[in-house]
Structures are given as structure tokens and as C-alpha cells.
Design a protein around this ligand. Structure first.
Ligand code: FEO
Length: 392
């Protein structure tokens, strides 16, 4: 792609469009993605974020269409993950005197990742400003969106927000601007939000509060479309999707099963909960479970059911790994309920209850255990009120 992509006066897109089905973390991005980097060609020329580590050379070539990279004075790194900081070693190698601008944790991580111990860093804190000669930048720390070290950059003169992963979408677009898109981009935008940002939604609300008084005419994120048509629409989508639900309650059923009886109880529980219009997720916990993922599901739920069959007077599968984490979590606003099948001797439910009592979950004392393959022993409906202290 050789055409000039101008974002604002003296501000250019210098990224890379990856139109393959891109492998990304544990996913495949069916529509590909872009790695958006930006050049502010001011007196003290500044690059904001770079590209994926695989495209360092292409990045330098693209940047060189606009400026001699040795002239770059500042390199802003909003987020250290290698799909955005990956071009930094190649750029830092050319722009030998450029100062790297990032958060304190970002600097620590970048030094380690790319052996940049000898480079000059400018450590920013929330609200810090930087004059780059003709434009002024303001930085805001946005921790956990979606990793701990992240920040966002706002250009006062251009009224442009550079939020890196935030407000992104995974689409390989050569048009680059949302007003040039040939189809509605809202779904891709929301899917990205759900996938990357939603697990951190309290921090999304913090970020929105920080930008609320900024006049934003363009949002220039680091994946997918640059949002210059109605950027407020996309801020509103984040606001709506990250607001805590006031009425809706969510249940989570985690179980390990030996012959399938415990799974059958899980299914019945789900049916009962969904009949009460309670959004319910069921997960079979096997060995080598992704504990962080399960902890996130627990955080997102109001009531958590833990179920296991009994074998050798204990639980089966990977449930115990999850239960061990509970004592380290603040779960005081959630309910915990044990269930299981009798198996050989029925102790699994007792063991689960012991773990629940060691946590600060509000434990619902129930009789959710079956002694045979039939479901008749199970007492339905169980009654659960979701306010702590009212469980029965
Ligand atoms: Fe697009 Fe968190 O990297």
C-alpha cells in the first residue's frame, strides 16, 4: 500500500494491514487485523505505537516514506504487547536519540523485553503533557485495559485520541477510516470489546471518566478502523456495554464428572435457573484448566455452583484446582453452592463445602446430591435469593 494516509494535519498512519487469518493469542482472527502506528510529523517528530514484531522492517520502510526515521524524537508506547511494541527495536535502532514515552511499568517491561536498559525513557503519569513542537500531547493511564501498564494519548490540536487496543476492531481494512467502510462495523467493534475489554469493565468506566471532558473528533486505535465519523457513538457503546447490570443476575455452574451424573445435575440446575431468567453458564472443569479464565468467570457471576462426582472419598477432575483459588479472592457479594453425585461414597460435596466455607462466599447449605443415576433424589426447585444473607 503506497498511498498517503493522513489522519490529521501532519499526522499519518504508518501501520501494517495483516489480511491473513491471523493467529492471535489462542484465537484465529478470521478477518485479519491491522497494526496501526501513527507519525506526528512535528518539530519533534513523534511515533505513537508501532506494529507487530513480525513486521519491523516493513514498518521502517513505511515510516521512511514520510520521514527519515533518524529524525524521530519521541516514541510513545501506549501498550507493551508485541503486536504494538514489536517495531520498537527496529525503530529505536534507527532513531538512536529518540526518547521512549510510556508508563513506569511499561518502561520496566520494555527494557526487559527489548534490552533497552541504556535508552532514555520519559515516564508519564496520569494527565502529564508533552510539547512535541507544534502539537501537545496529554497522557492518561488506563491500567488493565487490557494489561496493567497501559495508557492512552490525546493530541490537543488535532482533537485526536490514540487509545491503542481500546476502541479497536480486528478487521484487515485497506480503507482504514470508518466512514469509508463498505459495511456496518458495529458488530466487529462490539465483538472486539467483548473479547478484550469486557473482562475489565470497571476499568473501562474509569477510562471513560478520564476522557469525558476531552473534545474528541477522531479516535485512532491500534487495530482496525480509525473512527472519524461519529466517534462518540463508539464511546457510548463502551459506556453501555461496561455499565454494571442493575437487575440481571448471572449464575455459573462449574463441575467435574466421572460417569456423567454430575453433568446431568448441572444441566438440571441450568434449566431451573434459566426458567427464572437467570443467565447461566456451565463449564466442565477438566484437568489443566485455565485457572485465570475460570477466575474471571467467577468474578463475573453472582452465584457459583461447584459440582463433582465422588471417587476414593474425594472429588474428580480439575475442580479442586479452582476451589483452592477461592480463599484468595474477594467473593463476599456472591453465593456459593455445592452439588454432586454420590458415586462410591458421597464425600465430594462435603469436601467442596469445606472449601466454600474457607472462602468468603455466602454458602448456601443445600442437599444437591444424587445417589443414583436417577434425578429423583434431587430436591427441586431450589430457592436462591441473590442478596447475601437471604440465601435459602
Ligand atoms: Fe493489540 Fe493487547 O494488543
Amino acid at each position: 500500500m503506497n498511498k498517503e494516509v493522513k489522519v490529521a494535519d501532519n499526522a499519518y498512519w504508518v501501520g501494517y494491514v495483516d489480511d491473513r487469518k491471523v493467529p492471535f493469542h489462542r484465537l484465529t482472527l478470521e478477518k485479519g487485523t491491522t497494526y496501526n502506528s501513527y507519525l506526528l510529523k512535528t518539530e519533534k517528530a513523534t511515533v505513537i505505537d508501532t506494529v507487530d514484531i513480525s513486521f519491523g522492517k516493513v514498518f521502517i520502510d513505511k515510516l521512511s516514506e514520510y520521514i527519515d526515521p533518524t529524525e524521530i524524537k519521541y516514541i510513545v508506547i501506549n501498550h507493551v504487547e508485541p503486536d504494538h511494541s514489536g517495531g520498537l527495536p527496529a525503530l529505536a535502532n534507527k532513531a538512536k536519540d529518540a526518547v521512549i514515552v510510556t508508563t513506569e511499568l511499561g518502561a520496566k517491561e520494555l527494557k526487559e523485553m527489548y534490552r533497552l536498559h541504556d535508552r532514555e525513557f520519559l515516564i508519564i503519569k496520569d494527565g502529564d503533557k508533552l510539547d512535541i513542537g507544534g502539537k501537545q500531547l496529554i497522557f492518561f493511564e488506563t491500567p488493565y485495559l487490557h494489561t496493567e501498564e497501559t495508557m492512552i494519548t490525546y493530541c490537543i490540536e488535532d482533537k485526536t485520541l490514540y487509545p491503542c487496543d481500546i476502541f479497536s476492531s480486528h478487521v484487515a481494512t485497506y480503507e482504514l477510516f470508518n466512514d469509508l467502510a463498505t459495511e456496518d462495523i458495529t458488530e466487529d467493534f462490539e465483538v472486539y470489546y467483548q473479547l478484550i475489554m469486557h473482562p475489565h469493565r470497571p476499568y473501562v468506566q474509569d477510562m471513560i471518566e478520564k476522557i469525558t471532558n476531552l473534545e474528541i473528533e477522531i479516535i485512532a486505535p491500534s487495530h482496525g478502523y480509525i473512527l472519524r465519523d461519529n466517534p462518540q457513538k463508539y464511546i457510548d457503546i463502551y459506556d453501555r456495554m461496561s455499565k454494571p447490570a442493575t437487575e440481571e443476575k448471572r449464575a455459573l455452574i462449574l463441575y467435574s464428572t466421572m460417569t456423567g451424573n454430575t453433568r446431568n445435575i448441572a444441566k438440571e440446575l441450568r434449566k431451573g435457573l434459566e426458567e427464572k431468567a437467570i443467565d447461566t453458564k456451565v463449564i466442565n472443569i477438566k484437568k489443566n484448566v485455565d485457572i485465570d479464565e475460570i477466575k474471571q468467570e467467577i468474578e463475573n457471576s453472582d452465584a457459583i455452583f461447584f459440582g463433582s462426582s465422588t471417587r476414593y472419598a474425594d472429588m474428580v477432575g480439575g475442580l479442586e484446582e479452582v476451589l483452592k483459588e477461592l480463599a484468595r479472592m474477594d467473593l463476599s457479594d456472591k453465593l456459593g453452592i455445592a452439588f454432586g453425585s454420590y458415586g462410591w461414597s458421597g464425600e465430594a460435596v462435603e469436601v467442596i463445602n469445606d472449601y466454600l466455607k474457607d472462602s468468603n462466599l455466602k454458602v448456601v447449605d443445600s442437599s444437591l446430591i444424587i445417589k443414583s443415576t436417577g434425578m429423583d433424589d434431587l430436591k427441586f426447585p431450589i430457592r436462591i435469593k441473590f442478596s447475601p444473607g437471604e440465601a435459602e
